[in-house]
Design a protein around this ligand. Structure first.
Ligand code: PLP
Length: 792
């Protein structure tokens, strides 16, 4: 590390800052990874099939401890640095979070990359090297402000720029049909071309056994400068084109179903998809010489519809650039591509206006039309029902013409998967009902998972040490070993150790909360944690209403022995999502009043921790007693936050939604608090029409709504939250009123269990013991076996 400090950073210890030491340490650690990386690459080439995981988002977080832990170097690095008077944990905090994603979808991609490396699955992750990741959230006067994120401001010690790996990506222009050797060939002449430059980051697997690459593309103008314009004095104009083209990899699209900069988004999607496919084909030709064997050597996974233009682009590359016959190209394409669906919400399923597609990707639109025709022709021939044909068409002719990217991905894929059992069954019944009827074997389920290396071993080293002490080293290698904890759940001595671990994490979180918000939370309180993107369907509002109702109840009977609670919220709202931002303001306004109320006397504290990201999640999760997973049933595809929290021993309060259902199956219904309407019941209500079966707003909810609506928490602007209150009282689309009473009752069940520590800690231990199945290693094995057809 001294050598790195001197020769790579250029500092001597007397003048080195903690940042210099971080960079020196990272570079030294990276050196250790590189030998494994080289060996893995050699193995990959000779080996079997490779996976290409295409994702517009990778929510990686910090890498130092990830790599140290997987190389089993954490303790030796700690000692080496201590010998130099440096604290490794201080360096850890210096690394910026790589926040190249919005939330669960991007974090899933990061967990999958880690698991593939750990299982020695040869894989490339492909995405975009955004200069600015997800915005940094600053809370001022209770409101969210977005500050640009700048993770590359100081050098990124993990990546390698590959100046020799560059592909051109075209946009716009015209398509010309010419004759070549007597057959028609389409020639696309793009109006402009941008270069995709590769940056590789090693993804180190468990015990360093295998290292894969995360290859992120950066956009660079093909012509760096229009010298003629520059020389003739038009300095700004000469640089403008370049700035426009390079904007493609400038910022992460804020996403989460908000609307903005749509054309740039389509450019981003095509940019990274095209570069990744060109890279794949070049590598395949180098190794195997013949594109017809592509499906034998490569499996491509499309993480959501963002890269689904891959269907048309792969066809274009095979037919136009490599002169394969259409039918052969189609066999290759559908033998290689697979698609993961992440949402059933119509507003989040991508559709591109035909006019935009025609302008930006004219050749691809032609290809999509031809794919659509070969898909629909047999139906027309069979005189299928017109409504059926409309519903399975790639082109949506409803109002205006759109390309349905989900349909394109479905039709071009070998397998299509949902991400939890419920989500997959709803896919078959709703969005893809008719396509499912045509291709009944295509939809499969692959319930999400999380990597335990990050979400247990690194995030909760204290608990991990305890588990290793009881179960042996094997628990680090095989999550299923956790089940042996079952026999310790009733052991009072073990419960005590388990509980001490939680107490230490809570003490740490209390400190972080005090530093960042000034609020003092009682470390003995029940830590009730609601951390995830702020979204109406995730129902932070339901939790806040319950908080207000509890506050109201405490004020009415202050002498009762209320279970002390810390309600901890964290999450970002999309910048343009006004209602979600108003919910953040409400949480903060409620916090201000409740925390200052002498009648409550600290028994209820409400905290909104700013800037939720992977690192903050790693701090909060080990300290959680209760995990809020309360989305409207049928709307959360899977959730992975639920898995992280249960693994660390938090009990879940949740609806029968997403993977909560499978968590209940694993932990047992007596160790989880389930409430609320089921997806089926909600669907039935929607069929009848909401008005017929409006639930009465209960008196308790009425009082909470009344307090919020009358300005009890916003005396400076009494009507601030009227719109939120009104939505719950009137049509209640997200079933906040409908589920409120059953949520309240479940929360009182939580209080009752907390009052019985033996029963509480038994349930907590059983949660950790029984969620081994949610390891992303299990998920990756299922993909490898059922979709990619490669041995693990
Ligand atoms: C796990 C994770 C998510 C996903 O959380 P859900 O509760 O499943 O929505 C989002 N953001 C971060 C930073 C995460 O670590």
């Amino acid at each position: 590390m001294l050598a790195k400090l001197a020769y790579a950073v250029g500092k001597d210890p007397a003048h080195a800052t903690d940042r210099d030491w971080f960079v020196a340490t990272a570079l030294a650690v990276r050196d250790c990874a590189i030998d494994h990386w080289t060996a893995s690459k050699a193995r990959n080439q000779a080996a079997q099939k490779q996976v290409c995981y295409l994702s517009l988002e990778f929510l990686i977080g910090r890498l130092l401890f990830d790599i140290l832990n997987n190389l089993r170097l954490t303790e030796s690095a700690r000692e080496a640095l201590a010998g130099l008077g440096i604290d490794l944990d201080n360096l850890r905090a210096i690394e910026p979070d790589a926040a190249l994603g919005n939330g669960g979808l991007g974090r899933l991609a990061a967990c999958f990359m880690e698991s593939m490396a750990s299982l020695q699955v040869p894989a490339y992750g492909y995405g975009i090297r955004y200069e600015h990741g997800l915005f940094r959230q600053v809370i001022m006067d209770g409101r969210q402000h977005e500050v640009p994120e700048d993770w590359l401001a100081y050098t990124n010690p993990w990546e390698f720029e590959r100046s020799d790996v560059i592909y051109p990506v075209g946009f716009g222009g015209t398509v010309e049909d010419i004759q070549a050797n007597g057959s028609p060939v389409a020639v696309w002449r793009p109006a402009e071309t941008v270069q995709a430059v590769a940056y590789d980051t090693p993804v180190v697997g468990w015990r360093g056994r295998h290292v894969n690459s995360l290859r992120l593309w950066s956009a660079r103008a093909a012509e760096p400068l229009r010298l003629d314009a520059f020389n003739s004095g038009d300095h700004i104009g000469a640089l403008a084109d370049r700035a426009r083209l390079e904007a493609i990899s400038r910022v992460l699209y804020p996403g989460d179903a908000s609307e903005a900069g749509r054309e740039l988004r389509l450019r981003q999607e095509f940019f990274f998809t095209s570069a990744s496919l060109q890279d794949l084909l070049a590598r395949h030709l180098r190794l195997h010489g013949d594109l017809r064997s592509l499906p034998d050597w490569a499996a491509l996974q499309l993480n959501d519809t963002h890269p689904s233009i891959a269907v048309a682009e792969l066809m274009r590359l095979l037919v136009d650039e490599h002169s394969l016959p259409w039918e052969e190209a189609w066999t290759i394409t559908t033998g290689t591509l697979n698609y993961t669906n992440h949402t059933l919400m119509p507003e989040a399923l991508e559709r591109w206006p035909v006019s935009l597609m025609e302008r930006l990707l004219p050749r691809h639109l032609q290809i999509i039309y031809r794919i659509n025709w070969q898909h629909l022709e047999p139906l027309v021939y069979r005189s299928a029902d017109n409504e059926f044909i409309k519903s399975v068409s790639i082109i949506d002719e409803g109002s205006g013409r759109y390309v349905r990217m989900g349909h394109l991905a479905f039709i071009g894929a070998h397998k299509v998967n949902g991400v939890s059992a419920l989500h997959t069954s709803l896919m078959r019944q709703t969005v893809f009902k008719d396509l499912h009827a045509l291709y009944p074997a295509r939809i499969v389920n692959k319930t999400n998972g999380i990597t335990f290396r990050r979400w247990l071993h690194q995030a909760n080293p204290g608990l991990t040490r305890l588990l290793v002490g009881e179960l042996g080293d094997g628990v680090l290698d095989d999550p299923e070993v956790l089940i042996q904890l079952d026999r310790l759940a009733d052991d009072a001595a073990f419960q005590n150790l388990f509980r001490n671990q939680r107490a230490a994490s809570k003490a740490n979180l209390v400190k972080v909360i005090a530093e960042r918000t000034g609020v003092l939370v009682d470390p003995g309180a029940l830590f009730d944690v609601h951390i995830k993107r702020i979204h109406e369907y995730k129902r932070q509002l339901l939790n806040i209403l319950e908080t207000v109702a509890l506050y109201d109840a405490i004020r009415a009977e202050p002498e009762r022995d209320w279970v002390p609670r810390g309600k901890i919220f964290a999450g970002k709202a999309a910048a343009s999502y006004h209602r979600a931002k108003l919910i953040i303001k409400l949480a903060n306004d409620v916090a201000k009043v409740v925390n200052a109320d002498p009648v409550v006397a600290g028994r209820l504290k409400v905290v909104f921790l700013p800037n939720y990201n992977v690192s903050l999640a790693e701090t909060i999760i080990p300290a959680a007693d209760l995990s809020e997973q309360i989305s409207t049933a049928g709307m959360e595809a899977s959730g992975t936050g639920n898995m992280k929290l249960a693994l660390n021993g938090a009990l879940t309060i949740g609806t029968l939604d997403g993977a909560n259902i499978e968590i209940r199956e694993c932990v047992g219904s007596e160790n989880i608090f389930i409430f609320g309407l089921t997806a089926g019941e909600i669907e039935a209500r929607r069929q009848v029409g909401m008005n017929q079966c409006r639930v009465d707003v209960s008196p308790r909810l009425e009082r909470a709504l009344g307090l919020i609506g009358s300005g009890a928490f916003s005396p400076d602007e009494p009507h601030r939250f009227e719109s939120l209150v009104h939505a719950v009282r009137s049509d209640d689309p997200l079933m906040v009123a409908a589920d409120f009473d059953s949520y309240w009752t479940a929360q009182r069940g939580v209080d009752a269990l907390w009052a019985n520590p033996f029963a509480w800690w038994r349930a907590s231990v059983l949660n950790t013991a029984r969620v081994g199945w949610f390891s992303s290693d299990r998920t990756i094995r299922e993909y490898a076996d059922g979709i990619w057809k490669l041995p693990v």
